[in-house]
Design a binder for this molecule. Structure first.
Ligand SMILES: [Zn+2]
Ligand SMILES: [Zn+2]
Length: 94
């Protein structure tokens, strides 16, 4: 029996319930890596899909302030992974 990480137990239906698609902040919805070697290379944050899945509730990433960019670099933000938004855990609930 192959062992699986815990997240594989979540069904697609469960994921769809509390997630939403937002425009990729890193490439600004263009789907290409804005700093890639090739203008045809896919955006590393959204994989070229131009949108990214984010769990609700979410808020603007406080680290990159929604730009999806790591501070003073051409890398994607490590906190939001280039999405520009981050999932917010419900306050007061463990
Ligand atoms: Zn992107
Ligand atoms: Zn960020």
């Amino acid at each position: 029996m192959p062992r699986r990480p815990a997240w594989t137990k979540v069904s697609k239906e469960d994921i769809a319930k509390d997630t939403t698609l937002v425009t990729c902040a890193f490439c600004k919805g263009r789907g290409i890596d804005p700093y890639g070697l090739s203008p045809l290379s896919n955006c590393v944050a959204c994989g070229g899909r131009r949108t990214v899945l984010v769990r609700e509730p979410y808020e603007t990433c406080p680290v990159c302030e929604g730009t999806g960019l790591y501070f003073r670099s051409h890398l994607y933000c490590w906190t939001c992974h280039g999405k520009g938004v981050i999932h917010v855990k419900s306050k007061g609930v463990n």
